[in-house]
Write a protein that binds this ligand. Structure first.
Ligand code: ADP
Length: 455
């Protein structure tokens, strides 16, 4: 097994990976920026290396410095976590060139699936259902013609987009040209690549994704699905597993499609195949995330499988120790992403010092965090405070457990989304479970209108 792993990340995911390494008897190296002197991942690792100034470009995105830190400390592998360099093919190749293992898929498959337009093309070849569209990067003329053919609204997407960014909705043919050019400009600026593709806009879909686990020996298994339809501006806020609002028939179809997709491209790590589902249970592949995801914890809770440890074992070259028939479903799990954001002010980030923090506990309550009393949430990075994950025998038990946990949670010093999640957990639409990706926006609108009236 690996002797020492460098974690090229920060925050709760760095802590999560360090914990997995400790259990496996692997030493760890934490890298940190000057803004992260007090970070928890730094305290928990066996060794630490400061890699630069606060801006990510000078620290967590600086490939040379991270690789130098790994070489100098004698690491045999690098785990990229999520965000930052986790889907950067150049970084994965550099790590391998320097004689270390990149803990993720092989760079070729990562490149293939990392470009969303390319991935859609491959999935079409593999026979996986996809959203009608251009199926490849297109010029203004080509894109406009296809949009006119498939009918409006359509989405214009950046091939290298991510995190809900780089997506534009076009409602009519007159809007196409201006939005295409705007999208191209933004894609160039944010993702360093101005490739654009076009896709039909599916009205009020659910977002359901399948967690995959594949090894370097051709074994491919799925760990069921997650419902990630609670989104604000295409960003997930709450996730649950399993998804109770789709039929078992459809679930089986999603698992089959996800297994087929991974086998077709020779995927060899943990990863996620994302689908959107329309009102008539038509399903469409939208993209693959070739990394560990924020919401992996809900799947761990319903399968009792440690995804992070398995990811490390796979990267080392071990075959999967679990067969598909060994993967069992245990009850239900829900995750709330508690962030330092002001729900009364358009969810603006609200970084600052945590004067006091008390977290709930007990049976079926899991907190993944890197924040503690006295810690200052930095304005330089994302505003995640903690992931509150509850599990139980039934969905209703989870809802009750999550409500009680949110009531107990105290975070003093910054504005958080705790209350927003608490309200969400009491909304009949959430309780009934049949919500789609438009629900959060309409809930926020309803909430804002009432809040304004009361002010
Ligand atoms: P990102 O890589 O930025 O996460 P995705 O392509 O995964 O982008 O899309 C993010 C979200 O946008 C999806 O979860 C879904 O809610 C919405 N979305 C994406 N494609 C479509 C589509 N064709 N029709 C309707 N909604 C979509």
């Amino acid at each position: 097994m690996f002797k020492k792993i460098l974690i090229a990340n920060r925050g709760e995911i760095a802590v999560r990976i360090i914990r997995a390494c400790k259990e496996m008897g692997i030493k760890t190296v934490a890298v940190y920026s000057k803004a992260d002197e007090d970070a928890l991942h730094k305290e928990l690792a066996s060794e630490t290396v400061c890699i630069g100034e606060a801006p990510s470009s000078e620290s967590y995105l600086n490939m040379e410095r991270i690789i130098s830190a790994a070489t100098l400390t004698g690491c045999d592998a690098i785990h990229p976590g999520f965000g930052f360099l986790s889907e950067n093919t150049q970084f994965a190749r550099m790590v391998e060139k320097c004689g270390m293992t990149f803990i993720g898929p092989n760079p070729d498959v990562m490149e293939k699936m990392g470009n969303k337009a390319e991935a859609i093309k491959s999935m079409k070849e593999a026979g996986v259902p996809i959203v009608p569209g251009s199926y490849k990067a297109v010029s203004l003329e080509e894109g406009h013609k296809i949009a006119d053919e498939i009918g409006y609204p359509v989405l214009i997407k950046a091939s290298l987009g991510g995190g809900g960014k780089g997506i534009k909705r076009v409602n009519s043919t007159d809007e196409f040209e201006a939005l295409y050019l705007e999208a191209k400009d933004e894609a160039k600026k944010f993702f360093g690549n101005d490739e654009i593709y076009v896709e039909k806009f599916i009205v009020a879909p659910k977002h359901v994704e399948v967690q995959m686990m594949c090894d370097k020996h051709g074994n491919v298994i799925h760990l069921f699905e997650r419902n990630c339809s609670m989104q604000r501006r295409n960003q997930k806020m709450l996730e649950e597993a399993p998804c109770q609002s789709i039929s078992q028939n459809l679930k089986n179809k999603l698992y089959d499609a996800a297994v087929k997709a991974c086998k077709y491209v020779g995927y060899d790590s943990v990863g996620t195949i994302e689908f959107i589902i329309d009102k008539n249970e038509n399903c469409y592949f939208i993209e693959m995330n070739t990394r560990i995801q924020v919401e992996h914890a809900v799947t761990e809770e319903i399968t009792h499988i440690d995804i992070v440890k398995n990811m490390i074992k796979i990267a080392y070259g071990l075959p999967l120790s679990i067969k598909q028939e060994d993967v069992k479903l245990y009850g239900h799990a829900i995750e709330c992403r508690i962030t330092a954001e002001d729900m009364l002010n358009d969810f603006r980030p609200n970084p600052g010092k945590i004067n006091f923090m008390h977290t709930p506990g007990g049976l079926g309550v899991r907190i993944d965090t890197s924040v503690y009393t006295g810690y200052t949430i930095s304005p330089w990075y994302d505003s995640m405070i903690l992931k509150l994950v509850v599990s139980g025998q039934s969905r209703l038990e989870c809802i009750r457990r999550m409500r009680a946990s949110l009531e107990e949670l105290i975070i003093d010093g910054v504005k958080t989304t705790t209350e927003f999640h608490y309200l969400l957990l009491h909304h009949p639409t959430f309780i009934l479970g049949n919500y789609d990706t438009t629900f959060v926006e309409s809930f926020i609108k309803e909430f804002d209108e009432n809040a304004k009236r009361l002010r």
